[in-house]
Design a protein around this ligand. Structure first.
Ligand SMILES: Cc1cc2nc3c(=O)[nH]c(=O)nc-3n(C[C@H](O)[C@H](O)[C@H](O)COP(=O)(O)OP(=O)(O)OC[C@H]3O[C@@H](n4cnc5c(N)ncnc54)[C@H](O)[C@@H]3O)c2cc1C
Length: 241
């Protein structure tokens, strides 16, 4: 079981950042993933007093606070209007409603989980992240960074009207995905993000090669086959409208 000596609710980002510089301390999002660990930390840093729990619609983007729950992202009306059912399709398999009420978008990105449906969903939308120290960077750049201990404040999703569709394959409805794919149709063709390869999601154009591996959920060969099937489903869905 995870264990903390202290629990702190910082009143500023700088205070949270300074505390998080020590590897003995840890930031808590919804703690849904974190609590599975049996690590011993000095301090749990709870960002709940920093006003990061809102989705704001700006002229050119949605600005989502890192502490916004997955349920709020899934059910936001303005986002549904812009992206159709894609966010719902991506999030609906994640455990259950109560779980998604607790898990946060910030924790879901910062955990960099290979099977993440959320990261696969966000990648083709060219979303940007705002960190306390580094400022604004792309999600892709963040995924390539190692051991950074910055504080994620906001996720910016450009409000472009894009045709987007999400598909995943799971052994049972709420299991972790064997493979997940999100596709968008752009002027130069289809672009896909592919996750649960089982490694973290990558972006690829329609004819680009994606590398796959094996784990207990599926073999490399099975994933290669599934990728072709999911790509076809997504292309059919995007060409239908
Ligand atoms: C049983 C189970 C099944 C799951 N199934 C799926 C699934 O099918 N598909 C899927 O996509 N996901 C799945 N997940 C992952 C889940 O959706 C969340 O992504 C995960 O729980 C992390 O979100 P959290 O808010 O709980 O983060 P936490 O567990 O609180 O934190 C995760 C990490 O992010 C760091 N962190 C949190 N917030 C910030 C911040 N603002 N700045 C910097 N660092 C931060 C924490 O320090 C920690 O290292 C599953 C998780 C569990 C436990």
């Amino acid at each position: 079981m995870i264990h903390f000596e202290n629990y702190v609710r910082p009143e500023s980002f700088e205070e949270a950042y300074e505390l998080n510089r020590s590897f003995r301390n840890v930031i808590a999002g919804g703690m849904m993933w974190l609590h599975l660990s049996d690590a011993n930390y000095d301090t749990c840093i709870d960002l709940c007093d920093l006003g990061l729990d809102k989705i704001e619609e700006e002229e050119d983007c949605f600005r989502i606070g890192a502490m916004v729950s997955l349920s709020d992202v899934e059910n936001n009306e303005a986002m549904k209007e812009c992206f159709g059912s894609a966010f719902k399709d991506a999030l609906k398999h994640i455990v259950g409603v109560q779980f998604r009420n607790g898990a946060t978008i910030g924790g879901s990105i910062c955990a960099k989980l290979g099977f993440s449906d959320i990261i696969t969903m966000l990648l083709p939308l060219e979303c940007r992240l705002i960190f306390h120290k580094q400022g604004e960077i792309s999600l892709e750049e963040f995924l390539s960074q190692k051991n950074q201990r910055d504080i994620l404040k906001y996720v910016l999703i450009p409000k472009k009207k894009v045709k987007i569709a999400f598909e995943s394959v799971r052994m049972t409805y709420t299991d972790l995905p064997v493979l997940n794919v999100c596709g968008v149709k752009k002027e130069d063709g289809f672009h896909f993000a592919v996750g649960a390869r089982p490694n973290i999601a990558v972006l690829a154009k329609e004819d680009e090669t994606v590398s796959f591996g094996s784990n207990q959920r599926g073999s490399k060969e099975y994933r290669e086959h599934l990728y072709e099937v999911l790509k076809k489903r997504i292309k059919d869905a995007l060409e239908e409208d």
